[in-house]
Ligand binder design. Structure first.
Ligand SMILES: Nc1nc2c(ncn2[C@@H]2O[C@H](COP(=O)(O)OP(=O)(O)O)[C@@H](O)[C@H]2O)c(=O)[nH]1
Ligand SMILES: [Mg+2]
Length: 331
C-alpha cells in the first residue's frame, strides 16, 4: 500500500537530515507527524517518528542546551519558559531538581548556581522549560538576569519560609526589579489603562514559599501572605519533602496562559500524546493555521469534542478553543 506522503512532508524530512540541534529536530519531527497522512500504510512510519520524538524529549531533559557562561539568551522550548528567581539559598535549584528530575547543583552555601541554565519539567503530556537563575541580592542584579526575566513567559519567585528576613528580602528584590521596569503580577491582574512611557514588563508571577517543612505551624507563611497576597499568589511548598509540588506544576502550566488542543482525523482517535500548544483564546481558524500553513485557507468546517458539552458538533471558524479540546478539521 502506498504511503502517499505529501511534498510538504518530504520537504520536512529533508530538513531533518541537516538539523543538528535537538530542539530543531524535535520541532521538525512534530511537524512531520502533523503532515503525515494517517492510515494503515504509514502506521510503521508514525511509530518510528514517535519513538524518535520521545528519545529526543529524554535527551533534551537531560542536557541543558546552553553551555555554562556562554550566553544569557536561552531559546524557548516546550509549552513555555519560566524563570526561577530569588535570593541565595531559598532552594531554587532544589525545587527545579524536584520538579524536573534533572540535576542542578544544590548547596547549603550561597551562589551555588552561577549561570542561568534551562531544565525541562514534564506536566501531563507537555513539557515546560524552567530556568535556574543565579541569586539576586541587594548588591547583585546582572543585566543578563533582567533580560531573561523580561523575555520569560512567567516567573517563580522562590523565598525561604525558614528565613526570618524573607519579607524584607522579597520587598527589596521586587523594588530592585521595578527600577529595571519589571513588575511582578498576580495571574488575574488587569492591565492598567494609562501606562508609563515606556511601559513596564509585567510578568505573571507565582510566589513560591519554599521549605514549608521548616514552618510547621505556618506562622511565616501567614506573615508572607499578609504582606504580599494582594500583589502575588503565595504557594507554600517543600522541595525536599515534596509537599505542594503537584499543585505547583499545575499552577505553572496555568500561568503560561496556553491551551492544549488535539487534532483529530475523521474516523480516527485524537492524537492525545501530541497536543498543539496554543495561546489561550486561540480560534479554530488560528488552530488550523498552526496545524499547517495552508489549512486556514482550505478549512471548510470543524467539529469539536469537549467533555459532555460538545460531542462532535460543528463549530464556527471564530470559535475560541479551550484546554483539552479535540478538534477535527475538515478541508
Ligand atoms: N528543609 C528544607 N531545605 C531545603 C528545601 N529546599 C532546599 N533546601 C536546602 O536549602 C539549601 C539551598 O538550596 P539550593 O537549591 O542550592 O538553593 P538556591 O541557592 O536557591 O538554588 C540546600 O541546603 C537545600 O538542601 C526544603 O524544601 N526544605
Ligand atoms: Mg541554586
Amino acid at each position: 500500500m502506498a504511503a502517499n506522503l505529501t511534498p510538504q512532508y518530504l520537504e520536512a524530512e529533508k530538513r531533518l537530515k541537516t538539523a543538528k540541534i535537538p530542539q530543531e529536530r524535535f520541532e521538525i519531527l512534530q511537524e512531520m507527524m502533523a503532515l503525515m497522512p494517517k492510515h494503515k500504510a504509514t502506521e510503521k512510519l508514525q511509530a518510528q517518528i514517535k519513538t524518535k520524538i520521545s528519545k529526543l524529549k529524554d535527551e533534551m531533559a537531560k542536557a541543558p542546551s546552553v553551555k555554562h557562561g556562554v550566553s544569557y539568551l536561552i531559546p524557548k522550548q516546550g509549552a513555555g519558559q519560566v524563570v526561577v528567581l530569588g535570593p541565595p539559598n531559598s532552594g531554587k535549584s532544589m525545587l527545579i531538581k524536584a520538579l524536573t528530575g534533572a540535576d542542578p547543583e544544590v548547596g547549603d552555601y550561597p551562589f551555588t548556581t552561577r549561570h542561568p541554565a534551562p531544565y525541562m519539567m514534564k506536566f501531563e503530556n507537555v513539557r515546560v522549560q524552567l530556568i535556574d537563575l543565579p541569586p539576586i541580592t541587594p548588591e547583585i542584579l546582572e543585566s543578563g538576569q533582567v533580560e531573561l526575566i523580561k523575555v520569560a513567559d512567567t516567573a517563580l519567585i522562590v523565598v525561604d519560609l525558614a528565613a526570618a528576613d524573607a519579607p524584607t528580602v522579597l520587598e527589596s528584590l521586587i523594588a530592585k526589579l521595578k527600577d529595571k521596569r519589571v513588575e511582578f503580577m498576580r495571574e488575574d491582574y488587569a492591565p492598567p489603562e494609562d501606562n508609563p512611557d515606556p511601559p513596564p514588563f509585567r510578568k505573571r508571577t507565582l510566589l513560591v514559599a519554599n521549605k514549608s517543612d521548616l514552618d510547621p505551624g505556618g506562622e511565616n507563611r501567614e506573615t508572607l501572605k499578609f504582606f504580599f497576597e494582594s500583589q502575588l499568589t503565595v504557594l507554600p511548598v517543600s522541595a525536599t519533602a515534596g509537599d505542594g509540588l503537584e499543585d505547583l506544576k499545575r499552577r505553572i502550566f496555568s500561568f503560561l496562559n496556553v491551551i492544549r488542543v488535539y487534532s483529530k482525523v475523521p474516523g480516527k482517535k485524537p492524537e492525545h500524546d501530541l497536543p498543539f500548544v496554543l495561546k489561550r483564546g486561540t480560534t479554530v481558524i488560528e488552530m488550523a493555521r498552526a496545524v499547517h500553513k495552508d489549512f486556514a485557507e482550505k478549512l471548510a468546517y470543524a467539529r469539536l469534542w469537549r467533555g459532555t458539552d460538545y460531542t462532535g458538533q460543528m463549530i464556527p471558524r471564530e470559535f475560541a478553543l479551550e484546554d483539552k479540546d479535540v478538534c477535527e478539521l475538515h478541508l
